[in-house]
Design a protein around this ligand. Structure first.
Ligand code: HEC
Ligand code: HEC
Ligand code: HEC
Ligand code: HEC
Length: 179
């Protein structure tokens, strides 16, 4: 009996825990960039802004996108769920904070997780607490590659394969070691 009630309590805790994370909102790259843009921090914002990920929404209005869409019977790629699912961070307005702009493409939170709960300086400096508040845990082996492959896969109409090491090298960003 004792272990059963423990399981029940643990179950309830798990469910509410997951819900809290699921309801976090996307705040947008500009908000993350307020802290993540100096040399000392590692210029993650500038690196991202110069990458193709910052233009994945724009690319849906290109002639090539129109061609792909037409072949699939889609009128407008930039409004189609079938394209937005991999070309923007989130398209559900309920999950967007006021500061979030869908047009900014694949932003920080597409990989790191919706940031409304972990963005505070106290949580950001504590890996375990940030992860508990919804930040992706890329210290887990293979987790980063798995996240990339939620979009970089054969469901993409233009997919030609994905090699993690090569692709990560093109967008690599980190926090410089102190000193
Ligand atoms: C108020 C300033 C601030 C904001 C806003 C902020 N961060 Fe941070 N972040 C930090 C600081 C400080 C660290 C600690 C690392 C360091 O010393 O540079 C950090 C660390 C991180 C880390 C490494 C954490 C770890 O333990 O592995 C990631 C990833 C990260 N931030 C992503 C983001 C993302 C994504 C956003 C936007 C949703 C964001 N941050 C918003 C200040 C901030
Ligand atoms: C499963 C995720 C996914 C879906 C769904 C998706 N894309 Fe993409 N798209 C990608 C990725 C990832 C790339 C980068 C190249 C690659 O690996 O395919 C890309 C690249 C592109 C490019 C640039 C290609 C180039 O070579 O310049 C265009 C244009 C494009 N997609 C249009 C579309 C359109 C239109 C739709 C909807 C019919 C769509 N995509 C649906 C993930 C996706
Ligand atoms: C396409 C996915 C992706 C995007 C977009 C992205 N990141 Fe990251 N980021 C990662 C991955 C994966 C790692 C972990 C790499 C590792 O551990 O080797 C990382 C690492 C970090 C780190 C920690 C580096 C360290 O040395 O511990 C910070 C801080 C960070 N990202 C901030 C940002 C910010 C801010 C943005 C947006 C301006 C952003 N990232 C955009 C995937 C992404
Ligand atoms: C939410 C969807 C999504 C995720 C997650 C994602 N990407 Fe992408 N990525 C795209 C799309 C869409 C493009 C196409 C941009 C274009 O061609 O204009 C792209 C393009 C790129 C490019 C540019 C390709 C080139 O040939 O220059 C690189 C590099 C890249 N992604 C690396 C990564 C890595 C590494 C990860 C994981 C750490 C990752 N991506 C995660 C959607 C995603």
């Amino acid at each position: 009996m004792k272990s059963l009630s423990f399981l029940l309590i643990a179950g309830v805790f798990l469910i509410t825990g997951t819900e809290a994370v699921a309801q976090n909102k996307y705040i947008g790259a500009k908000m993350c960039g307020m802290c993540h843009r100096t040399d000392k921090q590692g210029k993650q914002f500038d690196i991202w802004k110069a990458s193709k990920h910052a233009k994945t929404f724009d690319v849906l209005s290109s002639p090539k996108a129109a061609e792909i869409a037409k072949a699939k019977g889609i009128a407008n790629a930039a409004e189609a769920k079938e394209c937005l699912e991999c070309h923007v961070t989130v398209s559900d307005a309920k999950l967007m904070d006021k500061s979030f702009d869908m047009k900014e493409g694949i932003q920080c939170e597409a990989c790191h997780g919706a940031g409304s709960a972990y963005k505070t300086i106290t949580l950001m400096k504590d890996h375990a607490k940030a992860v508990a508040a919804g930040m992706s845990d890329f210290s887990v082996k293979g987790a980063a590659e798995k996240r990339c492959k939620t979009c970089h896969n054969e469901k993409s109409p233009t997919f030609k394969g994905f090699e993690f090491d090569k692709m990560w090298a093109k967008i690599e960003h980190k926090v410089p070691k102190a000193g």
